[in-house]
Design a protein around this ligand. Structure first.
Ligand code: C5P
Length: 234
């Protein structure tokens, strides 16, 4: 379907309505932001890499029977997705302590967790995406109980499927962020899954191949994303 009007512009993507009522087009930008948008740079070609990587991951999840918004790739920067009603929660799943989890709980980065940890953050730039409990999410009427249960169930299924998929390509899935939406009476995975939204380490060396290279000024951001694409056979 052809793009009609821009519905939304985020930090790394634009979302367009189309002539198909149930479908949107996601356009991936080359912008990278950190510190909730306070630091912003353009990384030439990042949008193309994230589009390809995210589409590959969503296609894999669809194949595994996990419901997602992904329909098909249009070209190097654009993909067609189902128009879900977005739930304003960021769902973070962690297999290994890193990032804000390590910091908050005083754990060394790289320490494996005995089982996946799940946390929710309210999507709100002004409040810097505060962490909320599942009960908070219910009290705020962001989700009902069956939706919350389904989101946790899907998050764990996605973690299991993706951890295996990454490991087959010699990559460790440390943690990642998911966003869900409502589509025709069910919950589906939406937004993107890419090196912008996951921590991905080389399984052998532990080298960081994700957005932490940008956040922590480690250099070779684009090269790391290219390596992930290459490993996934793209
Ligand atoms: O920073 P933190 O350790 O909480 O991040 C956990 C995971 O969620 C990381 O993989 C990070 O890339 C992702 N994340 C995200 N968008 C945010 C915050 C975190 O994709 N706004």
């Amino acid at each position: 379907p052809a793009k009609k009007e821009m519905l939304y512009e985020g930090k790394a993507k634009k979302v367009w309505t189309t002539d198909a009522p149930d479908e949107l087009v996601i356009e991936y930008k080359d912008d990278a932001t950190a510190l909730n948008g306070k630091r912003k740079e353009t990384i030439e070609g990042k949008g193309l890499l994230n589009n390809r990587i995210s589409n590959r991951i969503f296609a894999f999840l669809n194949d595994q029977g996990i419901p997602t918004h992904f329909v098909n790739e249009i070209d190097e920067r654009n993909a067609v997705v189902r128009h879900a009603e977005m739930i304003p929660l960021e769902v973070v799943v962690r297999n290994i302590a890193a990032g804000s989890f390590s910091k908050r709980l005083g754990m060394t980065e790289g320490q494996p967790l005995s089982r996946p940890a799940i946390e929710f953050h309210l999507k709100d730039d002004e409040l810097d995406d505060p962490m909320v409990s599942g009960h908070d999410a219910l009290a705020l009427e962001l989700v009902d109980e069956s939706e919350l249960d389904r989101i946790v169930e899907l998050a764990l299924e996605i973690d299991k499927a993706l951890s295996g998929f990454f490991l087959e390509h010699k990559l460790t899935l440390v943690d990642f962020k998911l966003e869900f939406g409502r589509f025709k009476d069910s919950i589906i995975l939406a937004d993107e899954v890419s090196p912008d939204t996951c921590r991905i380490w080389d399984a052998a060396s532990g080298e960081k191949l994700d957005k932490d290279r940008f956040r922590r000024n480690l250099g070779n951001v684009k090269e790391a994303y290219e390596e992930v694409a290459r490993r996934l056979g793209l």
